[in-house]
Ligand binder design. Structure first.
Ligand code: B4P
Length: 191
């Protein structure tokens, strides 16, 4: 089993690249953003709680997302590996993920960290807002809040995995195909 984390700030292209990586390698895609948006679409109590936080650019509580990931992993016992997209977003989530993988006798193979400058991130989110229908994309104040939360709560996750030598920085500016080639080169070297 080979598991990887696609890491990066909001709008760095994690969701975009995940789709292509799944098509190439057959990983099971676990995106906490997608799982939360499905809860919102189904108007579940969890979705209602998540929506108000997401619309403010805040993170959803650790216990909620860890519970979702735990359930999704248990529902997929026989996969060649998981691609975690947008998760973990806090060090507490990273520690919980390591514990869940350890129960399966597995671990994270690599953390691929997309590097994209802030002005490019804002411009991508502004563009995505035109078609995504995502209420958390619509407002530049919210986008800036998401970037602040990323720097404060999520960037330390890269530090956490760095201590185990698992983080590889990937230049995240360029065409989607160019970035995909950079990602696959790193995966192929390790698989
Ligand atoms: P996510 O759904 O994870 O979304 P994201 O970080 O905004 O975007 P991503 O990096 O996937 O960018 P994309 O490919 O779309 O999170 C949404 C919210 O959910 C969070 O703010 C939080 O509230 C909550 N949440 C999720 N997970 C959580 C967790 N674990 N804990 C707590 N809360 C959690 O790309 C962006 C745009 O750029 C797209 O329009 C795309 O077309 C474009 N693009 C992509 N690659 C490009 C390229 N190479 N050049 C130009 N444009 C490009």
């Amino acid at each position: 089993m080979f598991n990887l984390i696609l890491f990066g700030p909001p709008g760095s292209g994690k969701g975009t690249q995940s789709e292509n990586l799944i098509a190439r390698y057959g990983f099971r895609h676990l995106s906490t953003g997608d799982l939360l948006r499905a809860e919102i679409a189904n108007k579940t109590p969890l979705g209602l709680e998540a929506k108000s936080l997401m619309d403010q650019g805040q993170l959803v509580p650790d216990a909620v997302v860890i519970g979702m990931i735990d359930a999704a992993m248990k529902a997929n016992p026989d996969v060649p590996g998981f691609l975690f997209d947008g998760f973990p977003r806090t060090v507490a989530q990273a520690e919980a993920l390591d514990a869940l993988l350890e129960q399966k006798g597995s671990s994270i193979g690599v953390v691929l960290a997309l590097q994209v400058p802030e002005n490019e991130l804002i411009s991508r989110m502004v563009n995505r807002a035109k078609t995504s229908g995502r209420s958390d994309d619509a407002d530049e104040q919210v986008q800036r809040k998401r970037l602040d939360v990323y720097l404060r709560d999520t960037l330390p996750v890269a530090g956490y995995y760095s201590q185990f030598g698992k983080v590889v920085e990937i230049e995240g500016v360029g065409s989607i195909d160019e970035i995909f080639a950079r990602l696959t080169a790193e995966i192929d070297r390790r698989k």
